[in-house]
Design a protein around this ligand. Structure first.
Ligand code: G3I
Length: 434
């Protein structure tokens, strides 16, 4: 099979992070409640070292610039490790549950070590888990994940610093039980980011600084963060993060970014951050996809649009539901949607029919083929979980369904999709020699 390498649209280098004192100044302004409008710099100043590579460069040069291993030997043997197979192109990640991190799932961790070289906490680094009570941090599970990543020679990705979900109610409440004041919420956000990022400074490759800030039409989502801090809340969060760990990569992460309006909203948001002197290292496209959505063309258009900002593209939460989508539910991952279980929408409780399994394999293959086409712009592809049994898909948008969204069965058996992806990577290595 031919994997055709194509130039990422307009993915030329734009700028590195600005002088440190500028950033400290920006953070100070934000902390003092000032808007950062007057520290705007031109886009060309803002992104030079982080850039995704130009697709016109040679593969080895692209790989070197993106910190990837260059392909020097033809890869003819598909091998039995996804992380090795895709190492020349991008990191291959997974998300681990609290039970998995604690080693409470038999067989999972060796499998993770075999196939994945990037780890993300599915839950344990969210605010609710890290700081359930004001000022009382619990780093036990996050520390265990860091130790695991080091042991497995994998990178660790921080997920997530600012989100409207899985944030305890106290964060947004004032002493009288009403909404917190702007000053109080800003102080809490500052403390959280400094404490968490400070603890893991130099140990975490990058952070999903802001998660899911956009509506489907690309406008800013109505959340307590926005209502209390104002429309520039995401600028504040990124400035604080950049100050807390200047060497960490900073990402914006959202679902349904294949949709044109939401894509444009994300580009606008990233451009505003860049104009304010923030180095946005990556844009995370959560890949909560299905067998028949989104169209590959829409995913491709978003990869190109995001690469053109100078940021790397990351497919951050990949899973492919095989279940019918309830008419009432929007596709995506808005976890506030909760519907009643309906048997007709849960058709595969006793196993996956061969034709659906085949469709799942083909869908994974087609997506990874696209990712390989744009490997110069893509730094990481992360599956949202190791095996079907742990997948949040079983509970969304209704509890109690049996989905088959990931690469490994509930008993950890690799699916045919694993073989297909190993083969795809091997064939792609062959192509890359030319
Ligand atoms: O921790 C409690 C546990 O104490 C309790 O016994 C149990 C009973 O239900 O619930 C546990 O909390 C659950 C938590 O996962 C840990 O398992 C929550 O109810 C449940 O809502 C939570 O779901 C997570 C979801 O985010 C919450 O928004 C999923 O595991 C996680 O996969 C999902 O991940 C999100 C990304 O962070 C952002 N993008 C969308 C993605 C999918 O929703």
């Amino acid at each position: 099979m031919t994997v055709f390498k194509r130039a990422a649209a307009d993915g030329h280098c734009r700028a590195g992070a600005g002088p440190r004192n500028l950033l400290l100044g920006l953070a100070a302004l934000l902390l003092s409640g000032c808007a950062p409008d007057h520290v705007v710099r031109s886009a060309s100043e803002v992104h030079a070292g982080s850039a995704a590579s130009s697709g016109s460069a040679a593969p080895a040069a692209n790989a070197a610039r993106a910190g990837k291993a260059a392909v020097t030997e033809p890869a003819t043997d598909p091998g039995n490790s996804l992380r090795q197979a895709f190492a020349p192109y991008f990191l291959l990640g997974t998300a681990l549950s609290a039970q998995q991190i604690a080693g409470q799932e038999r067989g999972t961790l060796p499998l993770v070590q075999q196939h994945f070289n990037s780890l993300t906490a599915e839950n344990v680094m969210k605010w609710q888990l890290l700081q359930p009570v004001e000022g009382q941090f619990d780093f036990s599970a996050a520390d265990a994940l860091l130790a695991l990543a080091e042991q497995q020679d994998s990178v660790l990705i921080g997920h997530t610093l600012l989100w409207h979900e899985q944030t305890p109610a106290w964060v947004f409440q004032g002493p009288d039980g009403g909404p917190a004041s702007r000053e109080l919420l800003l102080a809490r956000l500052t403390s959280h980011i400094q404490t968490v990022m400070g603890r893991y400074r130099g140990k975490i490759k990058g952070w999903d600084v802001v998660n899911e800030a956009l509506n489907e039409d690309g406008s800013l989502r109505d959340t307590p963060w926005r209502r209390i801090l104002g429309d520039d809340f995401y600028l504040t969060a990124f400035a604080l993060a950049q100050q807390a760990d200047p060497a960490a990569e900073l990402y914006y992460n959202d679902f349904n970014l294949f949709k044109p309006a939401k894509r444009q909203g994300a580009v606008r948001l990233v451009r505003q951050l860049q104009a304010a002197g923030i180095k946005v290292a990556g844009i995370g496209m959560q890949g909560h996809y299905g067998l028949d959505f989104p169209a590959l063309q829409e995913v491709e258009d978003s990869i190109r649009a995001f690469a053109a900002t100078g940021a790397q593209v990351m497919i951050t939460e990949l899973d492919i539901t095989v279940l019918p989508n309830p008419e009432q539910a929007q596709i995506g991952a808005d976890v506030s949607q909760k519907l009643a279980l309906q048997a007709r929408l849960n058709p595969y409780t006793t196993g996956l029919p061969a034709n659906v399994s085949q469709a799942l394999t083909e869908r994974y293959h087609a997506l990874f083929r696209l990712f390989l086409q744009y490997e110069a712009s893509i730094s990481r592809v992360t599956l949202w979980g190791v095996h079907d049994g742990q997948s949040w898909r079983n509970g969304f948008p209704m509890q109690g369904r049996t989905d088959y969204a990931l690469l490994f069965d509930r008993d950890l058996t690799p699916k045919p999709a694993v073989t297909a992806l190993l083969q795809l990577a091997a064939e792609s290595g062959g192509e890359r020699r030319e």
